[in-house]
Design a protein around this ligand. Sequence first.
Ligand code: HEM
Length: 401
Amino acid sequence: MLGQGNRLHLIEQIRADGPLTRTPVVWVTADHEVCRTVLRDNDFGVADPAETGLPDPILRLIRRVDPGLPNPVEPPAMLMTDPPQHTEYRKMVARSFTPRSIATLDTRISDLTTTMLDAMSGAGVVDLISDYAAQLPAAVISEMLGVPEKDRQRILGWGNTVAALLDIGIAWPPFRAAMDDLIDADGYLGEHFRLLHVHGPDDTPFSKLALDGSLSGRELSSNAALLIGAGVETTVNLIGNGVTALLDHPDQLALLQDNPDLWPSAVEEILRFDSPVQMTARTALRDTEIDGVHLAEGTVIVLLLGGANRDPKVFDRPEQFDITRANARDHLAFGSGIHVCLGAALARIEGATALRELFIRYPELHLDSPAERRGLVNLHGYRRLPVRLQRSTSATTRRAS
Ligand code: HEM
């Protein structure tokens, strides 16, 4: 597993090599300007997983096994399509993310957070990942898709396993687990959308999309699976990484406790400092040039978003966690350009609400035993975060890197 120290060291080695580094398989960059330029440049399109370093046996299996599954990292999930198809999908799914829809969700997120905090009250030690951080995004996506509360844990389970598909060099067991879950999700979502046809739409924008016939069943399920795959684990990581960053920097937590208006900027700094999504990739659609380097059609560039977010050319003393940093919002944690995160506004509200309410309710919260990183390369967060909700003298506060 790539520990936090090793990861940051590797990023700085790549940066020291210049804005663009050539490896035997792909080009890599940790440069903010290059990442942003590539993400916004029409000369680049989405990268085929075949080009991003997955071992050959896995690639053959991706192609041969379960081709009809709603895989969030395969077309027709919008994340893996280029215009004009991408423009169409994005426009339709974006109806669930209008400012009005997000404003409605804002109130709901506060209510859900209160319920989740109530459920933990009385417990001495909890795993903040499974008991809290994971519950909120799973509940929010479930409600957006019109999935009933009794099935929420299934959404959470799928979000957890399917997230591994976004990783580079995924091993066979997690790959197979993700495929099994996609089979399960495919059956579930297919039936869910069929029932909407029978009973008519509920009040969620996604259900109206399901019924208006503009997307095929496969397009609908793939993009619903993308919301689950892209919206659960990422937000869990924002909350988990935020808790550890604040516990590691008590002065910053104290500042927030005195100035609650700073929570939104704290969320931006958490996204910059310990980015939940560490990288993405693009392929040159034609011969092109970046930073004076000629790149032939088909060249793949891995964009280290977590590295761009620590670029000293953009962020003064990038290794410092500073919730008052004026330009923290210039981070690329949500990407940029046409694929910029569709759920960014939602994630920001979820992150700020979950963290603020947690530290209001439990100002003395601290680690009970070392936290465990999840061990994925791309989606960067914790598997376990055991915390004691109230202060106790016997607790340890060490944390794994
Ligand atoms: C802190 C939480 C989140 C982070 C850090 C994050 C990060 C990202 C990034 C980096 C991308 C762009 C990937 C690329 O260009 O290759 C992206 C795309 C996307 N995200 Fe998020 N995301 C988060 C939360 C969410 C949520 C809550 C949702 C939905 C409920 C969501 C839905 C999407 C979708 C649908 C796309 C694809 C957009 C497109 O292809 O046009 N994300 N996200």
